[in-house]
Write a protein that binds this ligand. Sequence first.
Ligand code: ADP
Ligand code: MG
Length: 348
Amino acid sequence: MSYLTLSHLEKTFGANRVVKDFSLDVDKGEFISLLGPSGCGKTTVLRMVAGFEVPTSGAISIAGKEVTRLKPNQRNIGMVFQAYALFPNLTVAQNVGFGLKVQGRPKAEIAARVAEMLALIGLSDLGNRYPFQLSGGQQQRVALARALAPKPQVLLLDEPLSALDAKVRVSLRNEIRAIQRELGITTIFVTHDQEEALSMSDRVVVMHEGIADQVGAPFEIYNRPATRFVASFVGTLNTLEAEVRDAATGRVALGGTEILLHRPLPEGRVTLGLRPEMVRLGQDGLDTGLTGVITDVDFLGAVIRLKADLGGQSLALDMFNSSHMTPPRLGETVVLGLRAADLLVIGA
Ligand code: ADP
Ligand code: MG
């Protein structure tokens, strides 16, 4: 049975329907990301779960108990925000113990729990510091410890890594996930960063204009996007227009050649999606070779992103950097190999 249940949540501000028929079942111990562009309603969903916003309609329950209209302090939820929301005038230890103090727990219990939490985040030595004496990454770890100290039923994280440097962000991703697994705490993580969502989550909810477009494991979201929006928002996607030659078998004309998709298609034209990393230089071992002319060579380090012109349509492809290979030159004519199965049909 689902541990955290959101059913048909709606939130309207004035005439603005910000969250639309949003339903989600989260298992105990699961790590779920809400992924979507700025303004799509992620924070509003989180605030409804926390009790800072009352849904216009719909229901929320945690561990079988309905909490839809309970105040935040009547729910057992921990929350971490993007900006370091630590109390500046309290020490690290006092920040971490804050929730327990509000609950009126005995001093000895608070001290023991604070020590346990500081050990968990690897900051046992810094309990007496003040927030301004910590790095951004350390402050977010303290915010996490503060949220977890009262043993919440659900942990909510609203873009907690967005304000940090790239390197710190990546290491904190792993650290947050390790702590979440160790405690087995049911977690909803909000982000607009697809790499964060894909790398951290058991399941990802891709949101778009207040709607959950797709809910699935990272692999599924990336490889089998359910909508055109998901296909283009998560990862990079080439879109190619093809002419349908045989609708029943899915034979299409693309870039001067014919490809058999083995899928029924509508008559006329279709829009196909293709990830840059699914395309190779040369046709070795692949179903299909398209002919293209290189128009762009972008050296990104580990990867070299090439662009090729296929008779009027542009196709991006990635090659791994290697000492054995020289990238093609601008204007060079190349064969671009791909598998028919990697072509997504994303529109008619
Ligand atoms: P996200 O977190 O995905 O960036 P939000 O949930 O913060 O999106 O906001 C979704 C939409 O709801 C935005 O258009 C935002 O302006 C609007 N919104 C959020 N909170 C309020 C509010 N308290 N009053 C009016 N509009 C709001
Ligand atoms: Mg937000």
